[in-house]
Design a protein around this ligand. Structure first.
Ligand SMILES: Cc1cc2nc3c(=O)[nH]c(=O)nc-3n(C[C@H](O)[C@H](O)[C@H](O)COP(=O)(O)OP(=O)(O)OC[C@H]3O[C@@H](n4cnc5c(N)ncnc54)[C@H](O)[C@@H]3O)c2cc1C
Length: 429
């Protein structure tokens, strides 16, 4: 079955709707040449472009982006930037590897923060830390595994009971929680737009220019878009799960959609109780809800998954409302300003799809839901690798994306596994 070459979304991204109008970079028209083409203007693609430009300032670097920056996948996320490993990656029994990953995340986060400060990107970046919380026994088990990891790695954290959590985030829904200071929150669309608008002079970005095909042309690559073509010696696929349509290994990567909704600004009394500060909560159980507040006193919720296709956003809206109302019954009926879906690149074992797939054709994809920091690190590394510079051993640090059966077995597996998990962890969703 042929893959979709780029995502399209049912509804606009809430975060992007609040940004000032900006002039999109021109569509790619006609034929041109470049030294390197980077497909995808996300965290991975921009990190690759910056690393390339730093190493080879004289090179012509082109970035092709299918959508308008801010409206595409990188602007659609929840804005958690972890300085330590994700809960799903955290394995206390592999402490040495985890410590290296934590150090890399911290370094990458520090570079991103420096960039934001130097470039004056107004993206509400704040080191707010993050809560993880659980209501049921299955969630509590996941939480205590995460606590084991934090303890083993010597990382700071606080355990909280239900009423302590309630004092901080205004809900009595959860029975147990952990607070870790090692996380920033950001307005993601503002961050990605700020990064796009501060690219160096040698980097040319084309928005609304999806790469539809990549074909060899002698020793070079010909990249087609609906209205143009670039010929380049090297190509980097930084377009996450959609890289499969352009040559990345379909047997190791899937597109998973997940969904977010943001309320209107809360009424002053609710705001005082729930959203007086910027805080974020990640689920202890992987099928649980992410929650956070925004700088202007709204609540955001992220939950639900679908395999390869965006689910009907109207149905998702009802589900997200029910989850938020269960946590904040005083807000009933919840009123959302925006509901939207976005994609993540999922691999079975959580390891990225990373490396050279054909001579001078590279991929860095599959951040499994934590790609702001991880994508930035891996994007920088893939550019250095393509340039022949020394790079850390990515496979031994992050693992190698493992094989998955093709559809329909894969689709069935996803639905069965998520249905069984969802039933078991009903109170966490
Ligand atoms: C609702 C939601 C919440 C999330 N929350 C978080 C979070 O809090 N923290 C976190 O770290 N991660 C989160 N994620 C995941 C995170 O957004 C991704 O891991 C991250 O964006 C991956 O970065 P990337 O640059 O590798 O890929 P992407 O962000 O997917 O960027 C790829 C870019 O390539 C473009 N593209 C695709 N195909 C083509 C093509 N053929 N031609 C040209 N351009 C193309 C896309 O439009 C996109 O702009 C969330 C995701 C979603 C959907």
């Amino acid at each position: 079955m042929s893959q979709t070459t780029h995502p399209s979304h049912q509804r606009p991204c809430g975060w992007n709707s609040w940004l000032p109008e900006r002039q999109a970079r021109p569509i790619l028209h006609g034929q041109c040449e470049a030294d390197v083409v980077i497909i995808g203007a996300g965290y991975t693609g921009f990190a690759a472009a910056n690393a390339w430009q730093q190493a080879r300032p004289e090179d012509r670097i082109k970035i092709l982006e299918a959508d308008r920056v801010g409206e595409g996948s990188p602007g659609r996320n929840s804005g958690f930037m972890l300085e330590i490993a994700l809960a799903n990656d955290a394995r206390p029994q592999e402490l040495e590897r985890m410590e290296k990953l934590n150090a890399l995340s911290r370094q990458t986060m520090a570079l991103l923060r420096e960039r934001v400060e130097q470039l004056g990107i107004n993206c509400q970046l704040e080191r707010s830390g993050t809560y993880r919380a659980a209501r049921s026994a299955i969630g509590q088990r996941a939480l205590s595994q995460y606590e084991d990891f934090l303890k083993a790695a010597g990382l700071p954290y606080q355990t909280l009971n239900g009423s302590q959590l309630s004092e901080r985030i205004g809900t009595r829904y959860y029975t147990q929680g952990v607070f870790s200071p090692d996380c920033y929150l950001v307005q993601p669309a503002a961050l990605i737009v700020g990064l796009a608008d501060s690219l160096g002079e040698g980097v040319e970005l084309h928005e609304h220019s999806p790469a539809t095909q990549i074909v060899p042309d002698g020793k070079r690559w010909r990249v087609n878009t609906p209205e143009g073509e670039v010929i380049a010696k090297q190509v980097i696929l930084a377009n996450n799960a959609f890289s499969r349509a352009l040559g990345a290994d379909n047997s190791r990567l899937s597109a998973i959609y997940t969904y977010a909704a943001i309320t209107r600004p809360l009424a002053p009394a609710d705001r005082q109780h729930i959203a007086a500060t910027t805080w974020g909560l990640l689920p202890a159980h992987r099928l649980g809800c992410t929650l956070r507040t925004t700088a202007d006193g709204r609540l955001m919720i992220r939950s639900r998954y679908s395999y390869e296709h965006e689910a009907d956003n109207t149905r998702i809206e009802t589900q997200l409302k029910a989850s938020l109302e269960a946590r904040y019954p005083e807000l009933t009926p919840v009123r959302f300003d925006h509901v939207w879906g976005g994609t993540t690149g999922l691999t079975y074992n959580g390891a990225p799809l990373w490396g050279e797939i054909q001579p001078n054709l590279y991929v860095s994809a599959g951040c499994n839901g934590g790609g702001i920091v991880k994508g930035t690190y891996l994007g920088d590394a893939i550019a250095r690798y393509a340039l022949g510079q020394p790079v850390e051993d990515i496979a031994s640090l992050f693992g190698k994306a493992s094989w998955m059966p093709p559809d329909p077995v894969r689709r069935l597996g996803f639905y069965l596994a998520s249905e069984v998990e969802r039933r078991k962890a009903k109170q966490e969703t």
